[in-house]
Design a protein around this ligand. Structure first.
Ligand SMILES: Nc1ncnc2c1ncn2[C@@H]1O[C@H](COP(=O)(O)OP(=O)(O)OP(=O)(O)O)[C@@H](O)[C@H]1O
Ligand SMILES: [Mg+2]
Length: 261
């Protein structure tokens, strides 16, 4: 289990972005995190993946633990190697000038074993499109193909926990559906998934549990399928509310749970 305890993160010593976030990710689940732009979702993933210092950020309070052991202060490579945690970033970094196959090989750099070829075949089973395009330069791939490649690269590290930051961003609805089916399959194969999404409906549909983040705090949590029917979630994140509250300033109307205050 991964637990985040009262985490506070600031950028450049002064910009306070996470203001005491606590949450739990259980082994084997798909945990969904939704929240408006700027709520701090990406910051949370950066902190968990040990990458916050690349962005001039600091954890000033709280802790992050895997199976009860603190990982705070470890760098991203250590976290990946020791705990099998991988982070697929929002901007899908791939090596443009390398082919898709070369990208996958490059992503296995942290491995000592000799099973890279078999694992690449596994990636191709999840993403047949990548196999078809394996000799094409990644820079020429479409947004959807690059997202699949980014996830494929993460798979090459043989992860136990995968953090996904808005994988559906900019993808056509059908591609998004396909991608979410694959995320579900990855989860069924035993990978714990943390899914940050703006596409709340699709994410809540495949998720087990979910948290709503606002201004660096958790304001709501519950079973993912139940949150689909929550009035506030429907209004703010699913565009399906009854009234026309337009601003997140009304967030105080959330029936906040005491422990998050
Ligand atoms: N490196 C940085 N330096 C300073 N401020 C930053 C930095 N990175 C993010 N921020 C600020 O922190 C806040 C939270 O950003 P973050 O990217 O975590 O939000 P988010 O929930 O992922 O938003 P989005 O849905 O737009 O991706 C924003 O106000 C953002 O401007
Ligand atoms: Mg983000």
């Amino acid at each position: 289990m991964l637990s985040i305890e009262n985490l506070r993160v600031v950028y450049h010593d002064v910009i306070s972005v996470l203001n005491g976030i606590s949450l739990e990710i259980k082994d084997g689940e798909i945990l969904v995190i939704i929240g408006a732009n700027g709520a701090g979702k990406t910051t949370l993933l950066r902190a968990v993946a040990g990458m916050i210092d690349f962005y001039d950020g600091d954890i000033i309070e709280g802790d992050i633990k895997i199976q009860g052991v603190s990982i705070k202060g470890l760098d991203s490579t250590d976290i990946m190697k020791r705990y099998g945690l991988t982070y697929v970033m929002e901007d899908r970094p791939v090596f443009d000038y390398l082919t898709i196959e070369e990208n996958l090989k490059a992503a296995s750099y942290s491995r000592w074993d000799k099973h890279v070829k078999t694992d690449m075949e596994t990636v191709f089973e999840y993403f047949p499109t990548l196999k078809l395009l394996k000799n094409r330069r990644a820079g020429y791939a479409s947004g959807g193909e690059q997202q699949m490649l980014a996830i494929g690269m993460a798979l090459m590290t043989k992860p136990k926990i995968m953090l996904l930051d808005e994988p559906s961003l900019g993808l056509a609805p059908l591609i998004t559906e396909e991608l979410f089916r694959i995320i579900q399959k990855l989860n069924e194969s035993g990978i714990t998934i943390v899914l940050v999404e703006q596409n709340a409906h699709a994410a809540l549909n495949i998720g087990n549990r979910a948290y709503v983040v606002e201004l660096g705090r958790i304001v709501l949590d519950g079973q993912a399928k139940e949150l689909i029917h929550n009035e506030d979630v429907r209004e703010f994140y699913l565009g399906a509310g009854e009234t026309k509250r337009k601003s997140y300033k009304d967030a105080k109307r959330y029936k906040r749970r005491k422990r998050w205050l």
